[in-house]
Structures are given as structure tokens and as C-alpha cells.
Design a protein around this ligand. Structure first.
Ligand code: ZN
Ligand code: ZN
Length: 417
């Protein structure tokens, strides 16, 4: 089996790996580099048949998870090239489309399932469900021509599904020739390592923050980070508040298809301390598109601005930059409104330095709402990467999804050498 790394070798994201065995080829991920701006024209990697769909040797693209840096160039691939990904991951992206400006909805021909081998002959792909900040994320074990490769995709060992990482350490895939591992959190050797908190620690920090807040608690987080949704739901309850999400977050939670993820009544048991707020821009979109069912199903848990403004200290509310006009409206309603409100950024800190983040900070300043950061990485710590490499004990280890590939080489001191 030959391996060509076409993206992600020297940067975080933009992953694309081409595997070749006996002339047949298979791609693992087809990501858009995170360094590319939304309007940048990013060409497809040089893979025969990817843009034409007429090369029978190109058997398909296996997408590890629904983050753009792993599937974002799919829109440029020819639709005749088969795509494989997690079923829930695909459903989430399809449901999210209504809420996004430039949605990209993959149309998979086959689905990944934990531990169920997929025969894409001569490749045999066994997906391993992993702990990551994207729901339904997989590492991929690939066997072809008597050789075996393990591609981690993105993973971590400190999220709400940490047991999946433990499983990899205790019962690792066997006889792996090449380990292709992510190394997002590797820094230059002289830089201090970033502390990595578990989701439990993040939960506790939120509980304390919410308890110490006299007004509305606002949290910016990615609605597709289901681990964080669960963390915030638990923290809100422990602080005796209700979690208020927007229509987008409620829709994505339902799309997981898991009844134990906090969501409006319908799929599974109803969750107490859970409400849905429909921001102005979502109300307009529902009206324009005449998709009124999108609000009908949440009516039992819907929260209107009046109630929010009257008792803001009863709620923890999801917010993002596009909801600033909703916050300004709250301040004008009867009641405490935004008095004593505080906000937390629960996403990668770097976004706050980008134009949209800077604008958000200015807007919150204007409303007198202080902003702090409570967040943890969706990627494994260097120590966990080392433990993983030792457990898998591959003949060769290649790190990608990193800005420091040279420093990453030091992670795995290969016991076979
Ligand atoms: Zn990634
Ligand atoms: Zn990811």
C-alpha cells in the first residue's frame, strides 16, 4: 500500500491522504485548509479522477468526521466519486444547512459504523468511533495488500467519550504498519505546553461562573460540538438555571438521533431545564422559506424575549455575533434585561482575533457585558498522543494535522526501532 499525504502535513487541517494498492486508490478525508479564508479559491489536491469522476481506479473518499478541514473540498469533487462517512455526521450537516450561508451537504453512498468493516476492495476499512469535538467522528483502520494502516482523524482522550480513547489504549488495532496520527497540540519544543482541561473540569468552571453571575449568562459555543452542549446543559442545571439554545442548536441536537442528548421533546424523553429561543435572523429565515414546522416542533419549550428579560438570572443562553440585535432588544424590555449579564467564549481563542471576533468583542463592550474564555481543545494532549503511539506500536509513525511536524516526530519513540 502506498501513501501520499496531499494535505495536512504542515498545517492544522486540510487533511487529505491518498492510498494506493494494486493500482486502486482511496482517499481519506478531503479537507479545506483552516488557513483559507471563506472566499479563497482552494484547488482540489492532484488526484486523478477526483474532478472528473471517470477514473475507475479511484474507489471513493472516506470522511472521518464533519469538520470542514476534513470534508470542505467535497463540493469540488465530482459527484460520481463515492463518499463514505458517519450517518449521524451526514444528518447533522444536512440539517445544519438551513441555518448556514454557504452550506455544504455531503451525499454519502455508504456509512461508517463503529467496528463494522467496509469492503472497498482491495481496501478494507474498519471505523473506530473516537472522542472528538465533532459528533460521530471516526479513526480508520485500513488493510490492503497485506499491509495495515491506522489513521486517527481528529481525536482526544479528555472529552465526554474519553472511554473510546481508553479502548484504543487497552485494545489497540493490531499489527499496524503505519500510524497516521493527528498532532494538533504539539508546539515548538521551547514553547510551554497548553494546559488541556477535561470536559468535566470545563463543566465545573461553568457551574462556578454561572453561580457567581447575577444576571443573564451567555455562552458562545459551536452547536455541532455536542460534548460542549452536554457540558453546558449539566452546568446550567447544577447552577439552578435553564439552558437556552437557539433553533439551530436544537435542530442539530435532534439530528444526532440520540435520545440522551439534551433536545426538545420529540425523539426521546423531554429534558427539564431546557428551552429554545428563536433569534430574529432565524425567525426571518423561517418566514422567508415558509418552513414553519421548524418552529412548531419546539413550541412546548420555546422561550420568548419577554420572559428572558424579566428573569435573566434563571437562564444560561447560547449566543453568537449574529444575535447582538436580539441582546439589544432584550435591554429595552421591562425587567433587569442585561443588568449583571456576563459572557463566555467557549471556542478556540484565536477566533476572537479574527474580524468577526473583534466585532463581537466591541459589540459586547458596547452593551457593558464582560467576556471571558472557558474552553478546552477538541484534540489530544501530547501525553495522550504519546500513549496512543506506544499502544499501537506501529512500524512507522507519521504525524499530520500539525504546524510543527518536526517537533511531532519526537512524540513517538518507536519501541520497534
Ligand atoms: Zn481537523
Ligand atoms: Zn475535527
Amino acid at each position: 500500500m502506498n501513501i501520499r499525504i496531499l494535505g495536512g502535513a504542515h498545517e492544522i487541517g486540510g487533511n487529505c491522504v491518498e492510498l494506493e494498492s494494486g493500482g486502486a486508490r482511496l482517499l481519506l478525508d478531503l479537507g479545506r485548509p483552516l488557513s483559507a479564508a471563506p472566499d479563497d479559491d482552494v484547488p482540489l489536491p492532484p488526484v486523478a479522477g477526483l474532478d472528473t469522476g471517470d477514473d475507475p481506479d479511484l474507489l471513493g473518499i472516506v470522511i472521518s468526521h464533519g469538520h470542514l478541514d476534513h470534508y470542505g473540498l467535497l463540493e469540488r469533487a465530482h459527484p460520481d466519486v463515492p463518499v463514505f462517512m458517519g450517518e449521524a455526521a451526514a444528518r447533522i450537516l444536512a440539517e445544519a444547512a438551513f441555518f448556514l450561508r454557504n452550506p455544504l451537504v455531503p451525499r454519502p453512498t455508504g456509512f461508517l459504523q463503529d467496528g463494522v468493516p467496509l469492503d472497498i476492495s482491495p481496501f478494507r476499512v474498519t471505523p473506530w468511533l473516537v472522542d472528538h469535538s465533532a459528533f460521530d467522528a471516526y479513526a480508520l483502520e485500513v488493510e490492503a495488500g497485506g499491509q495495515r494502516l491506522f489513521y486517527t482523524g481528529d481525536l482526544r482522550g479528555h472529552g465526554r467519550k474519553a472511554s473510546l480513547f481508553q479502548r484504543l489504549l487497552v485494545k489497540p488495532p493490531r499489527d499496524i504498519d503505519v500510524l497516521l496520527a493527528e498532532a494538533t497540540n504539539v508546539r515548538d519544543s521551547d514553547a510551554p505546553p497548553t494546559p488541556i482541561w477535561t470536559e468535566e473540569v470545563i463543566e465545573q468552571r461553568f457551574v462556578e461562573a454561572f453561580r457567581a453571575t447575577s444576571g443573564l449568562a451567555l455562552v458562545a459555543f459551536s452547536v455541532q460540538n455536542i460534548d460542549r452542549l452536554v457540558t453546558l446543559y449539566r452546568a446550567a442545571r447544577r447552577a439552578d438555571r435553564e439552558l437556552v439554545v437557539d433553533l439551530y442548536a436544537a435542530t442539530v441536537a435532534r439530528a444526532t438521533g440520540h435520545a440522551n442528548i439534551p433536545q426538545p421533546p420529540g425523539v426521546g424523553p423531554s429534558f427539564d431545564h431546557y428551552r429554545v429561543f428563536v433569534p430574529l435572523h432565524q425567525r426571518l429565515r423561517v418566514k422567508e422559506q415558509e418552513e414553519f414546522d421548524r418552529v412548531n416542533w419546539i413550541r412546548d419549550v420555546r422561550l420568548f424575549p419577554k420572559e428572558l428579560a424579566a428573569n435573566p438570572n434563571r437562564f444560561v443562553m447560547l449566543f453568537r455575533g449574529s444575535m447582538i440585535c436580539d441582546l439589544r432588544h432584550l435591554a429595552k424590555l421591562p425587567g433587569p434585561g442585561l443588568a449583571g449579564a456576563r459572557a463566555w467564549w467557549s471556542l478556540w481563542k484565536g477566533y476572537l482575533e479574527q474580524p468577526a471576533g473583534l466585532r463581537l468583542r466591541t459589540d459586547l463592550d458596547g452593551l457593558g457585558i464582560p467576556l471571558d474564555v472557558i474552553h478546552t481543545s477538541g484534540h489530544a494532549s501530547v501525553e495522550d498522543l504519546r500513549r496512543l503511539a506506544q499502544a499501537i506500536n506501529a512500524r512507522e509513525v507519521i504525524y499530520l494535522h500539525t504546524e510543527h511536524p518536526d517537533a511531532a516526530k519526537g512524540i513517538a519513540v518507536n519501541p520497534r526501532d
